[in-house]
Ligand binder design. Structure first.
Ligand SMILES: Cc1cc2nc3c(=O)[nH]c(=O)nc-3n(C[C@H](O)[C@H](O)[C@H](O)COP(=O)(O)OP(=O)(O)OC[C@H]3O[C@@H](n4cnc5c(N)ncnc54)[C@H](O)[C@@H]3O)c2cc1C
Length: 464
C-alpha cells in the first residue's frame, strides 16, 4: 500500500476538498448543494463514468420522482426540474389489472396531482453533469475499501493501486451496502441492521410496440395477486419497465419454483394472462435478467464529527412507496438548510441532521412495508377501493381537515413521522366507518353518514 497521502487538492495547497463517497443519485445531488455553498467537492465513485456507458447494476431502470425529490432539485439548482421533467412521464394513479384482465383506475389525488416516472440513468447523468458545471470533480473507478476515523483517512483502490486519502469532511452516499458504514461499524462507531425481505424482484421489458397495447400511459400499472405482484412504469419512449415481486423460496409460488421456460410461461399464463402479449421472448428475458433482493437498513448513528452517512447508506428502504430516492434528495435539502443555520460548521450541522431526521426515515421505512401489502393485496379488495373513494371525497369536501396518507407522503413536505401519525388517526376514523356493513358505494354519501363523518373529523381535529 502507498503511504498516506493528502487528497489531490491538498497537494496544491488549496482549500481541502469535501469528499463524497458515491456518485449515485444522492451523492451527485449533495455535491451540487455543497459546491453551490462555495466548497471544493470531490466525489469518489467505484464505477466508471456512467455517461460513457449506461449501467444499472440490476437496479430499477426507471423510478418515481415526486414532490420531495422535486423540491430538493429546485432548491439545489433552479433549472434542474426543467432538465429532468423534460423526459419524465406523469403518472396520475394506479391502473389495476385483475386476473381476468379487467381494468380499474385509482387516482393518486383528488386534485389531479401526479408522480413522475424518470429514467434512473438519465437522472443520474444529468446530476453529474450539473455538478461538474458547479466545479465538482468526479473521480471514477475509485473504490473506497476502508476508513480510519481516528486519522480521518480513507483507503481507496484505483487502477490496481491502493492509496490513503485524508478526509477531514466525508459524506458517505455509497448506497444500501455502504462500505463506509460497514467500516465504521468495524471500528465500533455505529451499528446497523440490514432487514432483507422474503421477496425478490426481477425486471421485464415491455418494448415500445407492445407498450402501445397497455391502456393509459400516464399511470403506474399493477397486477396485484396477494402474495406477489407485477408492476409496470412507463418510459418516455413509450416502452414500459415491468417488475415482478415474488418470494424467493418456501412458498407455493416463488422464484425458486420458476426453473424452466415452461414453468415461467405457465406462471404468467395462469396469473398474468393479459401480460403475455406484452412480454416478447418472456422465458429468455426472464432468465437473462437478474433476481435481486430488497432490504431496509436501520443505522443507530449517522454523524461522526465531520463525517456523515446520508441517503441509502444511512437509511435504505424497500421501494414500495417510491420514496427511497425522494427521501435521499430531501436529506440533501434539509442538510443544506442546516449548514446555513450552523454557518457551515459541519460537525454541528451533521449532528443536528442525524438527530432530527432519523424518526422520519424510520417512519417511511414502516410505511413502505405497509404499502407493499396495500399494492399487492388490498388494491384488489372492493372494500379497500370503496374506502379510497370515500377518502378522496372527504379530501375534496374538507381539504383542511382530511388529507390522505398517500398525499401527505407523496405530495407534501410534511415530515414523514408526522404524516405517519396523522395517517394512523385517519385510519382509526375510517375503520370505525367501514365497520358499518351497510356502507356501500351508494349509501355512504347519505346526509346522516356525512354528518357522522364530519363529527368524527371534528373530534379527531379537537374541535368538539
Ligand atoms: C427496484 C427499486 C425501485 C426503486 N424505485 C424507487 C422509486 O420509484 N422512487 C424512489 O424514490 N426510490 C426508488 N428506489 C430507491 C432508490 O433507488 C434509492 O433510494 C436511491 O438510489 C438511493 O440513492 P443513493 O445515492 O443513496 O444510493 P445509490 O443510488 O445506491 O448510489 C450509491 C453509489 O455509490 C457507489 N458506491 C458504492 N460503494 C462504493 C465504494 N465502496 N466506493 C465508491 N463508490 C461506491 C455506487 O456505485 C453508486 O453509484 C428504488 C430502489 C429499487 C431497488
Amino acid at each position: 500500500m502507498q503511504k498516506s497521502i493528502p487528497s489531490p487538492v491538498d497537494m496544491e495547497n488549496k482549500q481541502p476538498s469535501i469528499l463524497i463517497a458515491g456518485a449515485g443519485l444522492v451523492g451527485s445531488l449533495l455535491a451540487i448543494f455543497l459546491a453551490k455553498r462555495g466548497h471544493r467537492v470531490q466525489v469518489l465513485e467505484k464505477r466508471s463514468d456512467p455517461r460513457n456507458h449506461g449501467h444499472n447494476e440490476g437496479r430499477s431502470i426507471n423510478l418515481a420522482l415526486s414532490h420531495r425529490g422535486l423540491r430538493a432539485l429546485e432548491a439545489a439548482h433552479i433549472d434542474l426540474p426543467k432538465h429532468i421533467l423534460a423526459e419524465a412521464v406523469p403518472m396520475y394513479g394506479r391502473q389495476m389489472h385483475n386476473e381476468s384482465g379487467q381494468l380499474s383506475f385509482l387516482p393518486y389525488s383528488s386534485t389531479n396531482e401526479c408522480i413522475y416516472s424518470v429514467s434512473r440513468s438519465g437522472l443520474n447523468n444529468c446530476l453529474i453533469e450539473q455538478a461538474e458545471k458547479q466545479g465538482v470533480e468526479f473521480l471514477f473507478e475509485h473504490h473506497i475499501e476502508a476508513t480510519d476515523f481516528s486519522s480521518r483517512t480513507i483507503q481507496v483502490l484505483h487502477d490496481g493501486k491502493q492509496m490513503v486519502l485524508t478526509a477531514p469532511v466525508l459524506c458517505a452516499a455509497d448506497g444500501v451496502f455502504s462500505k463506509v458504514r460497514l467500516s465504521l461499524e468495524q471500528q465500533y462507531l455505529c451499528r446497523s441492521t440490514l432487514e432483507k425481505i422474503d421477496h425478490g424482484y426481477k425486471e421485464l421489458d415491455i418494448p415500445i410496440e407492445k407498450g402501445m397495447l397497455l391502456h393509459m400511459q400516464t399511470a403506474l400499472h399493477i397486477w396485484p395477486r396477494g402474495q406477489y405482484m407485477l408492476i409496470a412504469l412507463p418510459n418516455f419512449d413509450g416502452s414500459y419497465t415491468g417488475t415482478l415481486f415474488l418470494p424467493f423460496a418456501d412458498e407455493a409460488l416463488s422464484f425458486q419454483e420458476l426453473k424452466d421456460d415452461q414453468s415461467v410461461t405457465n406462471f404468467f399464463n395462469t396469473h398474468f394472462p393479459d401480460t403475455l402479449p406484452l412480454l416478447p421472448n418472456l422465458p429468455a428475458q426472464y432468465f437473462a435478467h437478474p433476481t435481486s433482493s430488497l432490504a431496509n437498513v436501520f443505522t443507530d448513528r449517522w454523524a461522526f464529527d465531520s463525517w456523515l452517512l446520508i441517503g441509502d447508506a444511512a437509511h435504505g428502504i424497500v421501494p414500495f412507496y417510491g420514496q427511497g430516492m425522494n427521501a435521499g434528495f430531501e436529506d440533501c435539502r434539509l442538510l443544506d438548510e442546516l449548514l446555513s443555520i450552523h454557518h457551515d460548521d459541519f460537525s454541528r450541522a451533521f449532528s443536528s441532521f442525524a438527530s432530527t431526521r432519523k424518526k422520519d426515515t424510520d417512519a417511511i421505512a414502516r410505511l413502505a412495508m405497509d404499502n407493499f401489502i396495500e399494492m399487492r393485496d388490498l388494491v384488489a379488495d372492493e372494500r379497500f377501493i370503496l374506502q379510497k373513494k370515500i377518502e378522496s371525497a372527504l379530501t375534496k369536501a374538507f381539504p383542511d381537515q382530511w388529507k390522505t396518507l398517500y398525499s401527505e407522503v407523496t405530495f407534501s413536505d410534511t415530515p414523514y413521522h408526522e404524516a405517519f401519525l396523522r395517517g394512523q388517526k385517519n385510519q382509526r376514523v375510517m375503520d370505525q366507518l367501514m365497520q358499518d356493513a351497510t356502507i356501500d358505494v351508494n349509501r355512504w354519501q347519505e346526509k346522516e353518514i356525512w354528518e357522522r363523518m364530519i363529527k368524527q373529523i371534528e373530534k379527531w381535529s379537537g374541535k368538539s
